[in-house]
Design a binder for this molecule. Sequence first.
Ligand code: PMP
Length: 351
Amino acid sequence: MSWENNVRRVEPYIPGEQPKEKHVIKLNTNENPYPPCPGVKTLLDNFDAGRMRLYPDPDSEVLIDALAKRYSLKPSQIFVGVGSDDVLSMAFMTFFNSDKPVLFPDITYSFYDVWADVYRIPYRQISLTDDLRIDPEDYNIENGGIIFPNPNAPTGVLESIDMIEGIIKSNPESIVILDEAYIDFGGESCLPLIDKYDNLLVVQTFSKSRSMAGMRIGFAMGNERLIKYLNDVKFSVNSYTMNPLTQICGAEAVRDEEYFRKTVNRIIETRENTKKRLVRLGFEFPDSKSNFIFASHKSKSAGEIFEELKKRKIFVRYWNKPRINNSLRITVGTPEEMDSLISALEDIICG
Ligand code: PMP
């Protein structure tokens, strides 16, 4: 008998590479290429380090109030966490507490099965259709909860609110978690549905559309009872999760709607332009409404293109997994970064 028999073992999630070398073009973790809004820089420049002596506000009131105002909700309908990974992890622990399997797509955010494993939650992966869509009929089976991103990752495919509402409606005994990490890049949020369905939790992040992946802010929106249950679990694990600097910077970013819209629109424009250029080079992809494109090439393998791009210091994401091992997930960067990507691809493909 060894102490190792009592260890909680799990195969961890592998985040995208954060290269140490300089002058790389980083299109591998769906970060925003633009800085956070100017007010965040001012706050960072002027922050009084003396405040770090004290514990932060455990309720993150300043941030929750700013979010409540922006999304026309009551503060009691919002939960914040250290990145949406933290929020989703808490939500798995809180809401997926059944012997029945939690359902999510086979091609999706690869953290879901890791959380299920670490919390010992049974799960079942539901195959996407051949054109990488969700078939709502597949979710009409016994389950202990449902989660998927919209738009989906890594495909970028957006599903309609009507279809999603159907899934929520036909599963009144389960919590449906909608991971809207990429919704601001052209999708319509299911947020209005939280008033209609008490089993819907909508999760979003500051890491993509608000350019703050390094600050780690995510949030969930739902009816007050769901939020109370989430807080009960959070306050049973760690009360002081979000530091004071993050709380005020997050609130500032939410208030600067103009900067948010400007940078998001710039990314959408670059994405649409990049789609056209990729098609000309012989790439195919499902239409993306996110800040990345999930592309495969007609004649050159994704693995080979991935390695060749890396040699040229351009990082994209590649998974050597069934069904997706011939696609590259390419984050939409600045127009200049996309120029470099396209010329590297021309070189790799046309020689
Ligand atoms: N959901 C999806 C679908 C994602 O792609 C990501 C980014 N890796 C996250 C959640 C988590 O993002 P964050 O923790 O930075 O908010």
